[in-house]
Write a protein that binds this ligand. Structure first.
Ligand code: TYD
Length: 132
């Protein structure tokens, strides 16, 4: 979990991220938003070999389960001042979106449908084979 820089004054709060920031684990090449997720729906539920991402709950809350070859962890994202870094070779599942949830995703690469893996077992077989 990465704490993002904030500046607060009497007129509100500003949070900012740039590729020049030391805390940023990768150069940002793409940004997208996930919102209007119906109750009970899941997003993600796939793996990426190459992609790195930073997930931020800019509004509301949601949960995210991350699985790598070594570990599995679940996080609640509910604050725009924190971003969850997801490394290469990770499986992700997003769920439990609140009605007002808006998920901002910063991504290390352009959209590439070839880097989507929908079978979890096969995904980790590839990760193992490539020794990632
Ligand atoms: P997808 O990544 O499968 O969404 P999620 O993992 O949240 O369920 O993307 C859903 C659709 O949007 C899919 O048809 C591809 C398209 N899409 C793009 O065209 N560009 C993008 O950068 C992203 C993230 C998705």
């Amino acid at each position: 979990m990465i704490e993002l820089p904030n500046v607060k004054n009497m007129n509100g709060l500003i949070t900012f991220i740039s590729n020049a920031d030391d805390f940023m684990p990768f150069p940002i090449q793409r940004i997208y938003l996930i919102r209007d997720v119906p109750k009970g729906a899941q997003r993600g539920v796939h793996g990426h070999i190459e992609l790195q991402q930073l997930f931020i709950a800019v509004s509301g809350s949601f949960k995210i389960k991350i699985r790598t070859i070594n570990e599995s962890s679940a996080y609640t994202l509910d604050s725009p001042t924190h971003g969850l870094y997801v490394a290469k070779a990770s499986w992700r599942e997003l769920y439990d979106f609140s009605d007002d949830a808006v998920c901002l995703v910063l991504a290390s690469l352009p959209y590439d449908k070839e880097d989507y893996y929908f079978d979890e077992y096969e995904f980790f077989e590839i990760v193992k084979r490539r020794q990632l």
